[in-house]
Design a binder for this molecule. Structure first.
Ligand code: DGI
Ligand code: FE
Ligand code: FE
Length: 191
């Protein structure tokens, strides 16, 4: 592990609860494996994995206050579902608190929950690693998506979005328009 990632790992550990830290490490290592497979930078994938949920354990009211303070505009859906804020706020903290200046890493943190159309390889890797890391066990089709992640990353992204939208629909949870936009971008239909 690079010295930078080693130091970052220690800092991140202090801001997360035990379970979130375990998940974070698992995403960092899973993202590294995907980076190996697809020829992306392994250290950057590890960094983005370490940072992706860096704002997750901040209480919701505090998240809103911080966004106000830093001038981060909240979307309507974020106002209604403050849990969604951790992605955008996390991207801000990655840059300004953790000193990351690689835009691709910052974007990967920002889009890790909803995705966005036209994601970079690293963005897709973090989006997917978050869903398939070994500690996840709730989503359906996990076995298929895990295999797909290492054979056809775009198809994995599409399947994750499809299953997430279905899951949110079943829960009658409000859907972020960005999640739908991303799905429409990656949807390829049956081949
Ligand atoms: O932070 P994590 O739990 O590791 O994972 P995440 O950042 O993907 O957040 C997971 C939750 O976010 C999951 O329960 C699905 C939810 N989510 C994803 N897209 C949307 C959404 N929730 C709402 N309300 N609307 C969305 O479009
Ligand atoms: Fe997250
Ligand atoms: Fe996560």
């Amino acid at each position: 592990m690079t010295e930078k990632n080693y130091e970052l790992k220690k800092k991140i550990k202090k801001t997360l609860d035990k379970d979130r830290y375990q998940h974070t490490l698992a995403v960092a290592y899973t993202a590294s494996c995907l980076a190996m497979k697809y020829g992306s930078d392994i250290d950057d994938a590890f960094t983005a994995g370490l940072l992706h949920d860096c704002a997750k354990c901040i209480p919701n009211d505090e998240k809103i206050k911080l966004c106000d303070k830093y001038g981060i505009r909240l979307t309507d859906i974020e106002k209604k579902n403050p849990a969604l804020i951790h992605a955008g706020l996390g991207a801000y903290l990655a840059e300004h608190k953790y000193g990351i200046n690689n835009k691709d890493i910052i974007n990967a943190v920002r889009t890790h929950t909803t995705g966005e159309p036209g994601m970079s390889l690293l963005q897709k890797i973090i989006f997917t690693a978050d869903y398939i890391e070994p500690g996840r066990n709730q989503a359906k089709n996990l076995r298929e998506v895990r295999a797909l992640a290492f054979t056809d990353l775009d198809k994995a992204v599409e399947t994750i979005l499809h299953d997430t939208l279905n899951y949110l629909n079943d829960k009658t949870a409000a859907i972020d328009p960005e999640t739908e936009r991303t799905y429409r971008f990656y949807y390829r239909g049956e081949e």
